[in-house]
Design a protein around this ligand. Structure first.
Ligand code: GUN
Ligand code: FE
Length: 454
């Protein structure tokens, strides 16, 4: 503890396990100059009055007001930053059609850096304002605009993990939107990795380059192999889409005679720092491979409802030991909020468990043991997000980053329905997750820096 340490006094909610929420009532949270939680002190600890005495009247002391609570910042494991510009449109189209008719023409516009600046500045701030302190981004094929996104994260204080997207196969991608050729795709990726690593050296919260083959259908074997090698050479994170829709899953099977998981693995693209979006159609063997390699799933429940043709059996994959975090998949999921996706994860899992066809008897309608609780969905949005990225984030615990959202349940324009002054704190937690609006997210902190307040 020194003059740079600051202390928060308040009540925090954080995952203690997948099923259990820890409630830290009126604790002191001591944050050091590196933005890490150095110490958490409970009210019955001998140190508590001493610390309170020495900090209470200083500028380094933050006492939460009545009705305010601390939550960990959210970790969004799957965002297409350029697609923010089309969020909410064209969700009635199937995946292949949606990509070629809407998404690729939009992403092609990001060769224009003014356009990119406009969209990316707005998106990064919007995500922060919604409580997302870390985001794993797909940018576009353009090296410069992808670097720009990393710079905007750096400047706005968000922990951004950013990928220059690779789409090099001239057979599968339109001429107006793809890498010039395989060699250029790999060269641009390597230059991008080096530039973001260099940028990251001076960024307190960290920004990171991510090796990003869009999905197998957009890449040649040579590019996939080269990307696996680059990820290994520079020890980067890796992201892609995996077994997302019937069309995509079958395309990969037709090309290799195996599922996405084993195809990605043969190119060195699965590992501890890999996050694969969707993964709806993993076989048991695929799931074992994910668990063995430490590959995480970025579950995007809203996007899945539009494009994935199925509800992913999260509970089954979780029981096999796979890390599963949560993503918005902007714009296949049309919201910047992980609150919306946590709620949808619960709803989708309940529909999977109960089934959807009322013409069938109850015993044949659904998939037993599929439901997620709201505590589990919160765990995906926070703690597992951090574990998936191998970063000390997503929990309010010592040696974790001070990445938090301060929720005000008494904002006059968005009061939460809490009428009993002695309401049970766990009930308040549930009300927060189900009812919060951006107005309630009063402050957001990343690595000990305030990046949003209202
Ligand atoms: N598969 C390949 N590209 C995309 C994309 O942009 N969004 C989704 N949901 N799936 C994809
Ligand atoms: Fe996606």
């Amino acid at each position: 503890m020194n003059e740079h340490t600051f202390i928060f006094l308040g009540t925090a909610f954080t995952s203690q396990s997948s099923e259990q929420i820890a409630i830290l009532k009126d604790h002191l949270f001591c944050v050091n100059e590196h933005g890490l939680i150095e110490k958490i002190v409970a009210p019955d600890s001998a140190e508590y009055p001493t610390l309170l005495d020495s900090y209470e009247d200083t500028q380094n002391f933050h006492r939460l007001s009545e009705g305010q609570y601390i939550l960990p910042g959210f970790v969004d494991l799957h965002v297409h930053a350029p697609q923010w510009a089309q969020s909410g449109t064209a969700l009635d189209r199937p995946l292949h059609d949606w990509l070629h008719t809407y998404t690729f023409p939009l992403e092609a516009k990001f060769s224009n850096l003014d356009f990119a600046t406009n969209v990316y500045e707005d998106l990064v701030q919007t995500l922060l304002n919604n409580g997302t302190t870390t985001a794993l981004y797909f940018a576009t094929v353009h090296k410069e605009a992808s670097l720009l996104l990393a710079e905007i994260c750096a400047k706005k204080g968000q922990r951004g993990l950013v990928g220059k997207v690779v789409m090099d196969d001239p057979e599968q991608n339109p001429d107006y939107y793809r890498d010039f050729d395989t060699k250029t795709a790999l060269k641009d990726t390597e230059e991008f990795i080096l530039a973001v690593k260099n940028l990251g050296e001076t960024v307190k919260q960290g920004v990171y380059p991510v090796v990003t083959p869009r999905f197998i259908p957009s890449c040649t074997d040579e590019a996939l192999k080269g990307l696996g090698e680059l990820a290994e050479k520079y020890d980067t994170h890796i992201q892609s889409h995996c077994s997302e829709s019937d069309w995509e899953h079958q395309y990969v099977h037709g090309r290799y005679g195996k599922n996405d998981a084993f195809a990605l693995h043969q190119f060195g693209l699965l590992g501890d720092k890999s996050v694969m979006a969707h993964c709806n159609f993993l076989s048991d063997q695929d799931a074992d491979l994910f668990a063995k390699t430490g590959t995480a799933i970025g579950h995007c429940p809203l996007s899945n409802a539009y494009f994935a043709n199925s509800v992913i059996p999260i509970k089954r994959f979780k029981s096999l030991g796979i890390d599963i975090g949560l993503g918005t998949d902007i714009s296949a999921g049309a919201t910047p909020s992980l609150y919306d996706n946590a709620k949808q994860a619960v709803v989708s899992s309940r529909m999977l468990e109960d089934g959807v066809n009322g013409d069938l008897p109850a015993t044949e309608r659904g998939v037993p043991n599929s439901r997620l609780t709201i505590n589990e969905a919160f765990y995906l949005a926070t703690a597992v997000g951090g574990e998936s990225l191998s970063l000390p984030i997503g929990r309010i615990e010592e040696n974790y980053a001070w990445d938090v959202q301060i929720i005000d349940t008494k904002v006059p324009t968005a009061r939460l329905p809490i009428f009993d002054p002695s309401e049970d704190l766990y009930d308040i937690f549930q009300k927060i997750i189900y009812n919060v609006r951006p107005e309630n997210i009063r402050e957001v902190w990343v690595q000990g820096e305030r990046v949003h307040s209202r």
